[in-house]
Design a protein around this ligand. Structure first.
Ligand SMILES: Nc1ncnc2c1ncn2[C@@H]1O[C@H](COP(=O)(O)OP(=O)(O)OP(=O)(O)O)[C@@H](O)[C@H]1O
Length: 336
């Protein structure tokens, strides 16, 4: 049993990134071997398998590592939190979206992710808790959103057997742009109430989603609050502004309302409207109403000592981002 307590269980999703991660995963295993990390491998066999698998493995005394994309990371967070064991959780970013490892400071680099596991440093972070209309709960680390994103995620999930990876996402995005109709929603926060016809309501525990789109730029995963962004622009306009999200220069925006709150409830205003669909960390969680609660320092993760995504982001977008911050008098998020 003592040996087991020291072991990592790595749960690999072979379908992540449309099944193109085998080489990355083999490389990760070789790197972990070189670093003399003791681990056992497990593979997911069906949708959401990682939830029950990680719950059981945590109960068996393993520290659990997700090897996959954001969906796999989210499932493992949920499984381990359900286990009530407080076993450590870590992430190996080898999916099509790796914003969840990024939310706790892990850059999308397999070698570095292995080193972080070997170094074994840990730290607590805020976790978001959602409750949907059926009273089902789901934890998340990144962004929870409803409206346009939820509709895209719904089509992506429904088409998963037909199309793979980026092709599936692009088809879903185009379909949604032409089909999506804005509806009236109410967003009840601690100190504010929003009512309007936004195309999206994004509740950010982390800053980014969908492969580094910083719609909730400025959100901190250690402040006990969500940063909420509510874009009132058309879905087509979102496409034009997409580029700005990558360089964290989309906010402030005259047509994106922003707030901070520990608790958020998003509901439809008109009973006759088809409710918006919600998603967290890329996984569909059901229709509105959905409530969100930020649980401060709720879980301990295997993570680097400092947020390594900051320097990584600055290398790619630093010049543009700093210029934007200076012009708008925003304090930039940089490592000193
Ligand atoms: N063997 C399997 N067969 C089918 N689906 C699976 C299998 N294993 C895991 N899944 C599902 O795959 C989905 C996506 O996983 P993951 O996030 O790791 O991949 P991804 O391609 O990076 O996607 P994204 O980053 O967009 O969430 C999850 O909903 C998960 O439940």
């Amino acid at each position: 049993m003592e040996l087991l307590m020291k072991d990592y269980a790595i749960i690999y999703n072979p379908t992540s990134a449309a099944g193109k991660t085998k080489n990355d995963f083999d490389y990760a295993c070789k790197t972990l071997d070189k670093l003399q990390v003791s681990y056992k491998l497990f593979q997911t066999e069906y949708f959401q398998h990682a939830i029950s698998l990680s719950e059981q493995l945590a109960k068996d005394g393993y520290r659990v590592i997700a090897a996959g994309g954001d969906g796999t990371c989210n499932e493992i967070l949920n499984g381990v939190m359900k286990s009530n064991t407080n076993e450590l959780v870590g992430f190996m970013p080898i999916g099509s979206g790796n914003d969840i490892p990024g939310a706790i400071g892990i850059i999308p680099d397999v070698k570095r992710a292995c080193e972080i596991i070997a170094e074994g440093k840990t730290g607590k972070n805020d976790v978001g808790l959602t409750i949907n209309a059926k009273n089902e709960t789901r934890y998340f680390l990144g962004i929870g959103s409803q409206g346009f994103d939820g509709a895209v995620a719904g089509i992506v999930n429904a088409h998963e057997k037909k199309y793979k990876g980026t092709k599936n996402y692009v088809i879903a995005l185009l379909k949604t742009i032409f089909q999506f109709k804005k509806r009236a929603v109410r967003v009840i926060m601690e100190n504010d109430v929003y009512e309007g016809n936004p195309n999206n309501v994004a509740v950010g525990n982390g800053e980014s989603y969908g492969e580094w789109m910083y719609l909730c730029g400025g959100a901190r995963i250690d402040d006990g609050f969500f940063n909420i962004s509510i874009p009132e622009v058309t879905p087509l306009r979102v496409l034009f502004d997409l580029k700005k999200m990558y360089s964290k220069t989309v906010l402030p925006h005259p047509k994106i309302k922003t707030y901070q709150s520990k608790k958020v409830r998003v509901e439809m205003v008109k009973k006759e409207d088809d409710p918006y669909i919600g998603q967290v960390d890329g996984e569909v969680i059901g229709k509105l109403p959905i409530t969100y609660e930020c649980l401060p320092n709720a879980y301990e993760f295997i993570k680097p000592e400092r947020d390594e995504t900051i320097d990584w982001f600055m290398l790619k977008h630093g010049k543009k981002y700093l210029k934007h911050c200076k012009k708008r008098n925003i304090t930039p998020k940089i490592n000193e």
